[in-house]
Design a protein around this ligand. Structure first.
Ligand SMILES: *Cc1c(COP(=O)(O)O)cnc(C)c1O
Length: 361
């Protein structure tokens, strides 16, 4: 007896990941911190880290000590960088394992200084230039540098900040780049090994800084552009797929799914074996979305249920149980689905559930 294949799966295209990384390198002309938090945006934390480990990256960007530990246990050699403020309870492990934190407050600075008493800790300084999520504000920078001068337990190896509206507000973001550059220029003793970083995907696509030598793309590496003008340069890494379980011939006036969406014509309706329990958003119900089945775009009918969706295949000559459908991927952009679902592609990708098998190609 062989094991049944999964009903819903995500095919992960490794070569697309490498192509997107090359694009990020070429386009920015800077070193890359690959952001792999959130289980590499749903693509699989460890598998993506393994794929990137040979790429000579200075850092892999993770959300917390737990993600850094998973890399550590798998023998990944690229240094984890903890994006954002650390919890007091995480810091001992971060210090002991040599992961790089970014100091977001005086409290964090003092604690890491103590932890680095015997063997100093390499850390970056976080600047708050508009995100409001931690880091030193312009009025605090002088004091932060002054205090750091009295922290023998910390070796400052870089400085960073984050962009809240790089994909929405060009004017604010331009000013933010200028503010960041001028703050960085006031930090003494920067040599060429000192890492200076500000840009996420949108920032690296459309903005320029005088001081940075490192960028932190996430979404872009997975082949989705936060700015649609650049989508043509990227290759979606994930294709989300499922299969037809049954094809039903339903008469005009028949209901479909919970809430009974009433059919306006005689309809050939195919059931696919995935739903919101796999991470296909329920909020796509009734939003005019399609799936790609046997080469044609077929409209979603009625509400998305936990484990099944129903699509209109009336126009398809051929549709059989077992036929494969693409929910999103190179042919149907997850960013377009996100607009219809009233969310963002980052959320859809990270909400694909463990039930969905990831297949690496
Ligand atoms: C998530 C994150 C990124 C990556 O953002 P994308 O828009 O996915 O490129 C970069 N920097 C920080 C601090 C982040 O939290």
């Amino acid at each position: 007896m062989t094991e049944s294949p999964p009903r819903a799966w995500a095919e992960i295209d490794r070569s697309a990941l490498h192509d997107n990384l090359q694009f990020a390198r070429r386009h920015s002309g800077k070193e890359i911190m690959a952001v792999i938090k959130g289980g590499a945006y749903g693509h699989g934390l460890v598998e993506i880290a393994k794929e990137l480990d040979s790429q000579n990256l200075p850092f892999l960007g993770v959300a917390n000590a737990g993600e850094a530990r998973r890399l550590f246990k798998e023998g990944i050699r690229t240094r984890p960088y903890i994006l954002g403020a650390t919890l007091p309870s995480e810091r001992e492990e971060i210090a002991a394992c040599g992961w790089t934190p970014c100091l977001c407050s005086f409290e964090e600075m003092e604690h890491f200084n103590q932890l680095g008493n015997d063997s100093p800790i390499k850390a970056h300084l976080a600047l708050d230039t508009g995100m409001g999520r931690g880091g030193f504000q312009p009025r605090q920078l002088g004091e932060a540098l002054e205090k750091l001068g009295h922290c023998p337990g910390i070796i400052l190896t870089g400085v960073g900040s984050h962009l809240p509206v790089a994909d929405e507000d060009t004017e604010f973001t331009r000013k933010q780049f200028e503010l960041f550059d001028s703050m960085v220029e006031s930090i003494p003793g920067r040599d060429e090994t000192f890492h200076v970083h500000l840009s996420n995907s949108a920032g690296l696509l459309d903005y320029h800084s005088r001081t940075t030598n490192l960028v932190r793309p996430g979404l872009l590496l997975y082949g989705i552009s936060p700015l649609s003008a650049h989508q043509k340069n990227l290759k979606p890494v994930m294709t989300f797929k499922s299969r037809v379980s049954v094809v039903n011939h339903l008469p005009k006036g028949h209901g479909v799914s919970y809430g009974r969406t009433i059919l306006e014509r005689d309809t050939k309706a195919a059931v696919l074996g995935l739903g919101y329990g796999d991470g296909y958003p329920r909020s796509l119900s009734g939003k005019g979305v399609h799936v790609l089945l046997n080469g044609s775009l077929c409209p979603l009918l009625g509400r998305v249920t936990m484990d099944q969706i129903i699509v209109d295949v009336t126009e398809l000559e051929n549709c059989q149980p077992g036929d494969e459908a693409e929910l999103f991927g190179p042919n149907l952009l997850v960013s377009d689905l996100a607009v219809k679902a009233g969310t963002i592609p980052w959320e859809i990708l990270t909400q694909i559930t463990p039930r969905v098998t990831r297949l690496y190609r």
